[in-house]
Design a protein around this ligand. Structure first.
Ligand code: MEV
Length: 310
């Protein structure tokens, strides 16, 4: 049996604005999807939900990846696939992409193929097309290569950013599920209606990302936190926050985070807090005692890799 893990992701700056050509920054996080491949008849089994039905999106995505791989090189298509993920589903953390990337890596390894991460990414992107109608490719690229990535109008740039071990992120899951496509459409309609006003907000979002890049490179934690708050304010302005997002941002900052913001599509989803690790246990415990679902993540700089089965 061959097993691989791939990380989930978080958008740190620039979501929504990216849809109209502004830059955004995302990073891979220490929450993983694991996929193991072994000989057997074709079957997909999830540790969380059991046998995956033939018509389901996950089944179709797995099948599409395997078929696509076999159009490039010949390998056994009769394989048993075991998936196990700790990435919350539907929260904007790239759970499906992490699974696709881990599957591509485990399958290529199982087939004894000679491959590089570029091929892993390509196979995973093929599977992502089954899950999202128009995937940007950011999720599978981060799951494959790890680290921080800037993206703008379909162009990805791996960033030479490495934060210190003394800082990390708290993720609060509002468990409010929303449909990204609908929110994106609403934002675009708002933009058309108030173009003269919102053009300036979009320009501000672009400038903010450039400034954030500098702060990240310089490990200027205060500035990163402040820019996260500014970014949250801009997202509020275009209508994608929700009172639960705002409440959590206030709580995270009030308890000592450098900054906080919603991340991803908004209207629920997740809120992230940037925190000094000396404070994170206390903040995490307090939020949990107030009934919030919260967990810690660090950036993952490695991306997809093989692991022992256990
Ligand atoms: C959703 O995770 C990120 C958005 O910017 C949409 C997108 O970029 O496709 C809201």
């Amino acid at each position: 049996m061959t097993c691989s893990i791939a990380p989930g992701k978080i958008i740190l700056f620039g979501e929504h604005f990216v849809v109209k050509g502004a830059p955004a920054i995302g990073f891979a996080v220490s929450k993983y999807a694991k996929v193991c491949v072994e000989d057997g008849y074709f079957q997909v089994i999830s540790k969380q939900t059991g046998n995956i039905e033939q018509g389901s999106v996950l089944y179709r995505a797995v099948k599409r990846l395997i078929t696509y791989a076999n159009s490039i090189f010949k390998c056994d298509e009769d394989v048993r696939i075991l998936v196990d993920s700790e990435i919350p589903v539907g929260s904007g953390m790239g759970s499906s992409a992490a699974l696709s990337v881990a599957l591509a890596h485990a399958y290529l390894t199982h087939c004894n193929a000679s491959f590089d991460k570029k091929l892993v990414n390509e196979l995973a992107y093929e599977a992502e097309k089954e899950v999202h109608s128009k995937p940007s490719g950011i999720d599978n690229t981060l799951a494959t290569f790890g680290g921080f990535l800037k993206y703008r109008s379909g162009v990805f740039e791996k960033l030479d950013i490495r934060l210190g071990d003394e800082v990390g992120f708290l993720v609060v899951n509002t468990n409010l599920k929303r449909q990204t496509g609908i929110i994106v459409e609403e934002v675009l309609r708002l933009y058309e209606k108030y173009r003269e006003v919102l053009e300036n907000v979009y320009t501000a979002a672009s400038v903010l990302v450039e400034k954030a890049l500098k702060s990240l490179r310089e490990r200027d934690y205060e500035s990163i936190g402040r820019l996260m708050l500014l970014n949250h304010g801009l997202l509020w302005t275009i209508g994608v926050s929700h009172e639960i997002n705002d409440l959590i941002v206030h709580k995270l900052v009030g308890k000592g985070c450098y900054g906080a913001k919603l991340s991803g599509a908004g209207r629920g989803g997740i809120v992230i807090g940037f925190v000094n690790k000396s404070l994170s246990t206390r903040i995490e415990e307090e939020l949990r005692s107030e009934g919030f679902e919260v967990f810690r993540v660090n950036p993952d700089y490695e991306g997809v890799r093989s692991v022992e089965d256990n």
